[in-house]
Design a protein around this ligand. Sequence first.
Ligand SMILES: CC(C)(COP(=O)(O)OP(=O)(O)OC[C@H]1O[C@@H](n2cnc3c(N)ncnc32)[C@H](O)[C@@H]1OP(=O)(O)O)[C@@H](O)C(=O)NCCC(=O)NCCS
Length: 210
Amino acid sequence: MSHSTPRPPLSPIKDFKIQDGVPSENMDSAYLLFWKTFARKLKIPLGSQEKAMDFLRRSISSRSIVSATSRSGQLLGVATYKGYNPNALNEELKHLFATYGKIGGILRGILLSQLDHQPKAGQMMVESICVDESARSQGVGRSLLGYIKEQALRQGVEMVILDVIKKNERAHRLYARLGYRDLKRHSVGILAPIFGFKDSIRMGLRLQPQ
Ligand SMILES: CC(C)(COP(=O)(O)OP(=O)(O)OC[C@H]1O[C@@H](n2cnc3c(N)ncnc32)[C@H](O)[C@@H]1OP(=O)(O)O)[C@@H](O)C(=O)NCCC(=O)NCCS
């Protein structure tokens, strides 16, 4: 009888899958992960967790989303992205009104417009990417961005863009390593105490000659 040596556990890096959308059983975890990650930036524009979750449910459902899930089905990370959409502002206002009413929706829309950007024709924008703290530094973020790049290539997009907070050096380093280059800087000026940061950098990954 031969004794086989126990195999080492699979490296966690191989233990996740990237897929279009979020499995329905993980949808609430996705909103929560998003809220937990960006609460500092969004807590004044979006208000209480209950209201924020309601708005995120509406708003995220109209975006493209990609997720990473462990072999056991646990949600590890999500990213949302969008292409050129001339109706984007109207759609966003509709979601804001539904959650916050008309006046609240307009005021929050004004604040959010400082963070929002509509990609031009030929561009795709990664709007948000978040990986659960327990799953970071294992290639999940890189894989989510890789998936979005594939979609962009398939759709003939010329450039993938994203905004990163200047002090988020780790994320900036990751994007730079994946080929994104700094395009321009943006400052939220006196609104910095509301969002918890002042400067952001728009980065772009060129896929086709413009
Ligand atoms: C930014 C973020 C999405 C990156 O996700 P991630 O899954 O940790 O990213 P990756 O693992 O693909 O790469 C990040 C790091 O892991 C390292 N890494 C990747 N694969 C690795 C592996 N197999 N073994 C060891 N390290 C690895 C990378 O070299 C990189 O290292 P560095 O940051 O020290 O330079 C994640 O940190 C996050 O959710 N942060 C909070 C939200 C946020 O800042 N979002 C970005 C807003 S613009």
